[in-house]
Design a binder for this molecule. Structure first.
Ligand code: SF4
Length: 387
């Protein structure tokens, strides 16, 4: 069945319908959640392991860490990182006292490292000012990296405040419930109105968690399990048989691709040269082997030689290719050509990096590296063990 184009009249009808249906949707969702929700997530529990009651406050710090980890990462991936993080930095003071290198090391493999730097920066600032993490949404929204929905989710989980949420799962759920005929991001104000109507200020902690669980477990991105869904009798997409076509997706922008030359430079003692990226920006504060993008008309050997001259001031002889690997980031794809090199002239210095270091290959695991470099380290280890 084709979707009706969105219009003000249709929006008005959908709001009117939701006003009337919201109480029933609220009750049926909470009753489904009582039986099928993810009640054992550690940041949703009191410190003694009990389920919180409506008047309980949960510690904000574990919830804050979980919500930041979950901003761009699935729960199954984030959960072991959260456990390790809480072991290593159990509270705001422990996080503030850690070095950025320790923090990035603990985050290594989770991606989007600016999140780790922001957690660390906030902890450092709050502890220095003698202030705790805020409990309420307006206070949380003042912290770097927290938008309205993450701040609302933290506040509602920690203190059961009446704040609705609108993350990717909830947008998908609403787009299907309403059979919304355009990309959900085009209707953000309308969707906020919808979640406010649905929540109606009641049992916000449970309701928000139930919404997230329904989106993650039942109204899944691919293959929604409509026969297990408490909202199926009300769902416009299900009634029209179009749940698999929704939400309408925004046409993705083409992802640019770049070739990157990387030099693994070994000195006469067998130590390898690494550099630490500048603190801000993509992968800020992480360590890497020197290298950079191939310029038009360059061979890869020329790229590696030029990058090492520009980045660390070394003239090198570029040896054979050790490894070639592809790596995708959100907005670009890279192919790394990794070459072994040795120094011909010059003294290494940090031209483009914060600092450089010559490190024994078996000590490289002590430094936080981006995921692509981890495979380079593995290839280097295999090469050295065969040499
Ligand atoms: S019935 Fe299906 S499409 Fe509709 S909300 Fe439930 S799981 Fe999603």
């Amino acid at each position: 069945m084709p979707l009706k184009p969105w219009s003000k009249a249709l929006e008005h009808r959908q709001k009117a319908w939701l006003c009337q249906a919201a109480p029933g949707l609220h009750v049926s969702l909470l009753s489904w959640w009582a039986r099928h929700g993810r009640h054992d997530l550690p940041w949703r529990l009191l410190p003694d392991g009990r389920q919180p009651g409506p008047d309980h406050l949960l510690p904000v710090y574990p919830v804050w860490v979980a919500e930041v980890m979950l901003q761009q990462t699935r729960l199954a991936v984030a959960l072991p990182f959260w456990c390790r993080w809480l072991d290593r930095f159990p509270d705001l003071e422990a996080l503030a006292a850690a070095s950025q290198q320790d923090v990035l090391h603990c985050w290594q493999g989770l991606g989007y490292y600016s999140r780790a730097r922001r957690l660390h920066g906030v902890a450092t600032q709050l502890v220095a000012a003698g202030r705790p993490l805020p409990h309420d949404r307006p206070g949380l929204e003042q912290l770097p990296g927290l938008g309205r929905t993450t701040a609302a989710s933290i506040a509602a989980t920690a203190s059961n405040s009446a704040d609705p949420i609108l993350d990717g799962n909830v947008r998908r759920l609403l787009a299907r419930l309403l059979a919304f005929p355009a990309p959900p991001r085009q209707a953000t104000p309308l969707f906020w109105t919808m979640v406010e109507l649905l929540l109606a200020g009641k049992r916000a902690r449970d309701f928000n968690q139930a919404l997230m669980d329904l989106g993650a477990l039942v109204c899944r991105p691919r293959g929604p399990l409509c026969h297990h869904c408490p909202w199926q009798p009300h769902c416009h997409a299900y009634a029209k048989g179009i749940q698999h076509q929704l939400p309408v997706r925004q046409a993705p922008a083409p992802t640019p691709h770049f070739m990157v030359g990387v030099g693994i430079v070994l000195d006469h003692q067998g130590k390898v040269l690494i550099g630490q990226r500048q603190p801000d920006g993509l992968l800020g504060g992480l360590w890497e082997f020197p290298g950079g993008k191939q310029e038009p008309g360059e061979t890869m050997v020329e790229t590696v030689a030029r990058e090492l001259q520009e980045e660390v001031g070394l003239t090198v002889a570029v040896g054979p290719e050790l490894l070639r690997l592809d790596h995708a980031y959100t907005h670009r794809r890279l192919t790394f050509a990794v070459h072994l090199c040795h120094v011909v002239a010059g003294e290494a210095r940090p031209v483009a990096n914060q600092q450089i270091a010559w490190v024994c290959p078996h000590d490289l695991h002590r430094y936080p590296f981006p995921a692509a470099n981890t495979r380079m380290i593995q290839a280097l280890g295999e090469h050295l063990s065969q040499a």
